[in-house]
Design a protein around this ligand. Structure first.
Ligand SMILES: [Zn+2]
Length: 205
């Protein structure tokens, strides 16, 4: 009986010691974890759209892309919004792409905030009206994918691409937006890849 208690106590002590070691390793001088891109919807939830955009980005950026829970609160000032968004990032997030899905006109909801590591895209502006039928749905999804890829590139430090088919091309209207590809042209891809790597983001070879 005494032996059993001793063994049980020993197990507890070993378990506690192990927990402490793990906790110390997580907060201590562990080498930087491999980073990825975080994506968050702000405003209305659209799980189907978010899942598809995140999957597209992960495949085409070839880096980890994780989705944060949708945020419903929006700050009035873009600077404050960028600040609030940046606080949502965790150690594994090399940058944050915020997709604003708000019915009201939110004029500031677009832009790159280098110091905060945050880019905002107002996806409501990308939405074909009315959004009914398969073609409209697909057009919307592709527009969101294109502008999310562009946001990653610009936040990483790339410049607008003059090639109208490249995702980083700055489309001035819907036809231009719909004509461009969802991915980067080869030179831009190489540039974005090295810019992401320079930020500690893991890009698969
Ligand atoms: Zn390009």
């Amino acid at each position: 009986m005494k032996n059993t208690s001793t063994i049980a106590l020993l197990v507890v002590v070993v378990a506690l010691a192990f927990t402490r070691t793990v906790a110390a390793a997580e907060t201590g001088s562990k080498p930087a974890a491999s980073k990825g891109v975080a994506v968050v919807f702000v405003g209305l939830d659209d799980k189907a759209l978010a899942d598809q955009v995140v999957a597209f980005m992960a495949t085409n950026l070839r880096c980890p892309v994780r989705q944060l829970p949708t945020i419903t609160q929006i700050e009035k000032d873009p600077g404050k919004e960028a600040e609030a968004l940046s606080k949502r990032m965790e150690v594994q997030d090399g940058m944050l792409i915020a997709l604003f899905n708000v019915p009201e006109k939110v004029s500031f909801a677009g832009g790159t905030f280098q110091t905060k590591n945050v880019a905002m895209v107002n996806i409501r502006h990308l939405r074909p009206e009315p959004l009914d039928g398969e073609l409209a749905q697909q057009t919307y999804l592709w527009r969101v994918e294109k502008e999310s890829m562009r946001a990653v590139a610009l936040l990483a430090g790339a410049q607008d691409c003059p090639f109208p088919r490249c995702a980083i091309f700055a489309a001035k209207n819907d036809p231009e937006l719909d004509r461009k590809a969802r991915n980067f042209c080869p030179p831009c891809y190489g540039k974005v890849e090295s810019l992401l790597k320079a930020r500690g983001i893991t890009v698969a070879e």
